[in-house]
Every structure is written in structure tokens, then in C-alpha cells.
Write a protein that binds this ligand. Structure first.
Ligand code: 0X9
Ligand code: ZN
Length: 588
């Protein structure tokens, strides 16, 4: 009877949850090694244990590579990296990493959406960044050790590996130079083999998409920057990922992780990754929420619920890294593959109507949103920005300006949206009339993991030349007399009341006239008066008009120059009909 019960349990663990590893207690270092080997043995075609380097004490730093062909590096696939236990005492981070590996492998064969995502990726899971420290904390007296086991040569031990990374290393506000301190940063950036191993491993990947560094505790979901409370470039992109992931975590057991931490840390892992790679890099601080829940040593019963709630957030990042469902072209030849190749500032999916961009005028900005998921996708956010491309080609950035945001449903065939854009006045930082419009597409299930345009199918940009309206600017009014009779062209200010201080002047001496091919004999045009010009049939004219105004035009003041073509009785200045009018408008 006992025997049958045992078999039932085994069958259920294999076929019900698919879980292979045992999470009833924290894994010792030897058990972590055994667990990785067990996953490789169970899934030989999907999982491979690789040693990516050694700790200071000579212990291997291992990664489990999960991929449809783990023995081969496939540069076409995206790389996603999860690491845990920079800090020795943060044992639950090891468990969350192992559980993630176990579940990804277990679900691969039955969850077709996950399988499709995993087939596009190489996922690397490093459960113990700091094996020396992890080993050290196995002795109960050392359970609260945080750092690695560097002999600092002054009777103290340990460098805080999460203060040893090379971006903004050494700031006294976020790390310590005192060797005995828990946040001792080391003698130099990357002085420690453990941070070097992870850094070099990341540098060796061809297509890094995202990086997660698990810590505990407090139930937070942190993003860069860590060294400062200022926002990083790409803040909006990172924040929407954080909020989406927090939502996923909360949906499992109702634990709402928060976004903010109350102190700064410099030389932190995800700061380096965001700065150097511009790929989504997060520091989840796992269970418990406070010291009352056990702090760094929560009861083992917390392992499974903590790992369960963090799985969907990791799963979502994996989906973002693998899919190009909602997308926009970087260039005419872009197929949606990441990264796109060639020029990435010429998106055919971003254009304006009219094409002519007079500074301060409001034009229609058109955006084509593509969908290759085969089904309609709702709640897709489209954010459009413009920016000075000589400062940063990043959307958003500290210098980009939001043009508009729309939340739309994208049918399977894709869609086109239009929003008004007030063309920037003035010149960029290089003195050019040259601006870039960037579009960011976000869907809860398909987010950009980077702000690097050609590395995500969710972001595209297009460079535009503008025309400045400044006092003294010359606009050209062009007209052709398509009538079979001579006509008079009059230039007026239409029905608009010109803003105070605004003037225009027709530059009569610079008028250019030409006969259209096939039109009748060209007679030298005669100026009837300063704004009335005789046009023969088929004759075209370009009239330069200098506009000027005192000071700045008030916001949104409109002016319009109107050309009226009035057919005349041959040889006489006698109006036949009202003719037609057209106009040149702007707004500032
Ligand atoms: O201090 C740390 O290194 C992390 N907290 S812990 O309690 N696990 O030591 C926080 C790192 C902060 N990171 C970001 N804000 N990205
Ligand atoms: Zn930590």
C-alpha cells in the first residue's frame, strides 16, 4: 500500500507539475551542483551545465544553458541571463533560479507558446555567482555573511560583489572603502574574479536581450539606476517592464513587490549592464517583505511560493526576448528580425502629411503598426517622440519630447494611426534643421527590452529635415495657370487676420517664370501691381515672399498667404470668373 502511494507521487511530480528538483529545503552547494547535473541528465537535448569561470577560492561558477541545441552557440538566437546570489546569505535567490530552470524545462514539451519562445533563445541561469560566500554561509555562525571571501590583507575578509561592477564604481554615496564594511567595494572596479567572470560571460554573448540579478529580501523589483536616484535614459521603457512584471508577480499569491529602494548602491551589476548593453536589467529583491518574515533566512516553506510568483515575471521577459509580434520597420527591407541590419533611421512606417515641415506648423504624423501574431492584439501602446539626433538617438531620453501616446487594437493585418505633431522650431545642437521622430510600441506581452533601435523590433525612428519660420525667412509660393486664357495671380493674406507685427513682402525682382511644355507663345509677363501678376496659359511662376515679424509670434498664431488666380479677358484686365485660390499656411 505504501509502495503504491510512493509511485503515485512520483508519477504526479513528473506529469502533474513536471517538477524534477526538490524545494522542500534550501540547496547546499553540493546539492546545487547535483541539481544542475540532474536537469542536464533529465533533459539532455535541452540543458547543459557549463562552467563559465572560477571564484577566488577556485570553485566553479556554473551556468545552466537552456536551448533547443545547447551544445551549439547560435548567434541568431536571443540570449537571456538570470543570475543569483551575488550576496552569500541570500539563499532564496538560488532557489528561485533553480526553480526557473526546472519549470522552463518541464513545461517546454507541453506549453507550445513557451516552446516557441525558447526555440528562439539561449537562456542561461547562474544560481551561485558567489560560490565561496555560499559555501561559507553553510556554517550556522556565518549564515549572515554577504560578501565574497577575499582576504583584504588587514585581517578583514570580503568584497561586496554588488559594489564591484565597473559603472560608477567607487562612489562613496553608494559603497564603502572600509574593508570591514558589508558594502566594501574592493580595490578597483572588477577587482574580484566573480564579477569579471559574469562580465566576460555577458560580453561573449552575441545577442543579449535581458539580464536579471536575483537578491533578497524586501519584495522589491528594482531597475537602474542604482547609483543615483536620477532617472536613467530609457526610464519609461524600464518602468513599464517593471510594472508589468510586478503585476505578474502579484497575480500569483497577491504579493505586490514595490519599485523603490531607500538607498543608493554604486558599482551594482544591473547599472553596468544597462549602461554598457542597454538591455533590460533588473534586481528583484525576493521574499520575505521584512525581517519579521525571516529576513535573509525565511522558512523553507517560502521557497515554493516565492519561486512560483517570480516565474511569470521571468516568463514575460523570456517572451519579450523571443517574439517580434507587434513591430515597426526600421528600414524598407526590415523583416522584423532582431537586430535589424543597415540604416535604422529611415523607417518607412513613420511619415508626415504634408511632407514639407515648416517649423511650428502642425502636421499629421502617420505611424504604421505591424502585427505578425496572426490575431488581433488589443492594448498596444504607441508612444511617439521627437528628439535631437545629435544628442541621443534613444526613445525616450532626457532630451526627447513626447509627441503623443495612443492605446490601440492592432488587427492581424496591422494598422495605421495618425497624430498631430507640431514641428520643432529652431535648430538642433549641431545647428541643423534636422530632427528625429521615434516610435515605441508596447504590449504587456511584447515589450521592448532595450532602447537600441536596431536591436528591437518594437522601436523605430525616422529622420526629418524641417524648414524654419524665422523673421526674414523666405517662403515660396508657386502657381501655374492651367486655364486656356490669361489670368491674374494675386497674393493676399487670405481671410486670416495677421498677427500684430507680422509683415510680408513679395520679392518682385526674384520672381521666376517659365512656360510649361506645350503651352502657347510666352509673352513677357507684366506686373499689374505689386500683388497682381499676369500669367499666360501654361505659364508657371515662383514668387518668393519674405515674411517678417517683430519678436516672437505668439503661440499658435496662424498666418496664411493666399494665391488667387483670376482668369482675364484676353488683352484686358477684365475678370472672367472668380478663378481659384490656394494658400500657404503656417502656425507658430
Ligand atoms: O544593496 C544591494 O546590493 C541590493 N540589496 S541587498 O539587500 N540584496 O543587498 C540592492 C541593489 C539595488 N539595485 C538597484 N536599485 N538596481
Ligand atoms: Zn543582495
Amino acid at each position: 500500500m505504501k509502495y503504491i502511494f510512493f509511485i503515485t507521487l512520483v508519477v504526479c511530480s513528473l506529469f502533474c507539475s513536471g517538477q524534477i528538483l526538490n524545494f522542500s529545503n534550501f540547496h547546499t552547494p553540493a546539492q546545487v551542483d547535483a541539481a544542475l547535473t540532474q536537469l542536464q541528465t533529465t533533459y539532455p537535448t535541452k540543458a547543459r551545465v557549463i562552467t563559465i569561470g572560477n571564484s577566488l577560492g577556485g570553485l566553479p561558477i556554473k551556468a545552466l544553458k537552456i536551448s533547443s541545441n545547447p551544445l551549439v552557440n547560435d548567434p541568431a538566437k536571443g540570449d537571456v541571463v538570470f543570475v543569483a546570489e551575488h550576496h552569500a546569505r541570500e539563499w532564496i535567490s538560488v532557489e528561485v533560479a533553480l526553480y526557473l530552470a526546472d519549470q522552463l524545462l518541464a513545461r517546454y514539451s507541453t506549453d507550445m507558446a513557451l516552446q516557441a519562445d525558447m526555440d528562439n533563445l539561449q537562456i542561461y541561469i547562474v544560481p551561485t555567482v558567489n560560490p565561496d560566500g555560499y559555501q561559507y554561509t553553510q556554517t550556522p555562525a556565518n549564515r549572515m555573511w554577504r560578501k565574497n571571501r577575499r582576504n583584504n590583507g588587514d585581517g578583514t575578509f570580503g568584497v561586496d560583489l554588488n559594489r564591484n561592477w565597473g559603472y560608477q564604481w567607487g562612489l562613496s554615496s553608494g559603497s564603502s572603502s572600509t574593508t570591514s564594511d558589508d558594502t566594501y567595494r574592493g580595490t578597483a572596479a572588477f577587482s574580484e574574479p566573480e564579477t569579471v567572470v559574469i562580465r566576460d560571460f555577458l560580453n561573449g554573448l552575441t545577442n543579449l536581450k535581458s539580464f536579471v540579478s536575483y537578491h533578497s529580501y524586501s519584495e522589491l523589483y528594482l531597475r537602474p539606476w542604482s547609483y543615483t536616484t536620477s532617472d536613467p535614459p530609457g526610464e519609461t521603457t524600464l518602468r513599464s517592464l517593471v510594472q508589468r512584471n510586478i503585476g505578474r508577480i502579484a497575480s500569483v499569491h497577491g504579493h505586490t513587490y514595490t519599485e523603490e529602494i531607500w538607498y543608493t548602491s554604486s558599482g551594482e551589476a544591473t547599472d553596468y549592464v544597462w549602461q554598457e548593453k542597454r538591455v533590460a536589467a533588473f534586481t528583484p529583491e525576493l521574499r520575505p517583505s521584512s525581517g519579521a518574515g525571516g529576513g535573509f533566512a525565511p522558512p523553507p516553506g517560502e521557497i515554493i511560493p516565492c519561486a512560483e510568483e517570480n516565474f511569470p515575471a521571468a516568463r514575460a521577459l523570456i517572451h519579450d526576448a523571443a517574439r517580434t509580434g507587434i513591430w515597426i520597420k526600421d528600414s524598407p527591407g526590415d523583416t522584423g528580425a532582431e537586430p535589424s541590419t543597415g540604416a535604422f533611421w529611415i523607417s518607412p512606417d513613420i511619415w508626415t502629411d504634408p511632407v514639407d515641415l515648416v517649423a511650428g506648423s502642425t502636421v499629421d504624423l502617420h505611424i504604421r503598426v505591424r502585427n505578425n501574431t496572426g490575431v488581433s492584439q488589443s492594448n498596444v501602446t504607441v508612444d511617439a517622440y521627437f528628439t535631437d539626433p545629435r544628442i541621443a538617438l534613444e526613445f525616450p531620453s532626457a532630451t526627447s519630447v513626447l509627441i503623443g501616446t495612443r492605446t490601440i487594437t492592432v488587427p492581424a493585418a496591422g494598422t495605421e494611426i495618425v497624430m498631430p505633431w507640431t514641428v520643432p522650431s529652431g535648430r538642433n545642437s549641431w545647428g541643423e534643421l534636422h530632427w528625429c521622430v521615434g516610435v515605441v510600441l508596447k504590449h504587456a506581452d511584447d515589450m521592448p527590452l532595450t532602447t537600441v533601435i536596431n536591436r528591437t523590433s518594437n522601436i523605430a525612428c525616422k529622420n526629418f529635415e524641417t524648414r524654419e519660420v524665422i523673421s526674414g525667412a523666405i517662403l515660396t509660393l508657386a502657381a501655374t495657370n492651367f486655364l486656356s486664357t490669361a489670368a491674374e495671380l494675386q497674393v493676399t493674406n487670405g481671410n486670416f487676420k495677421l498677427p500684430p507685427g507680422f509683415r510680408y513682402e513679395v520679392l518682385e525682382k526674384e520672381i521666376k517664370r517659365e512656360k510649361a511644355p506645350g503651352a502657347g507663345t510666352l509673352r513677357k509677363g507684366k506686373l499689374l501691381k505689386s500683388t497682381g501678376i499676369l500669367l499666360e496659359p501654361g505659364e508657371s511662376i515662383q514668387i518668393p515672399i519674405r515674411i517678417s515679424f517683430d519678436g516672437n509670434l505668439p503661440d499658435n498664431s496662424e498666418f496664411s498667404l493666399q494665391g488667387n488666380i483670376i482668369p482675364l479677358v484676353a488683352g484686358k484686365r477684365e475678370v472672367i470668373s472668380n478663378g481659384y485660390t490656394y494658400s500657404l499656411k503656417s502656425r507658430q
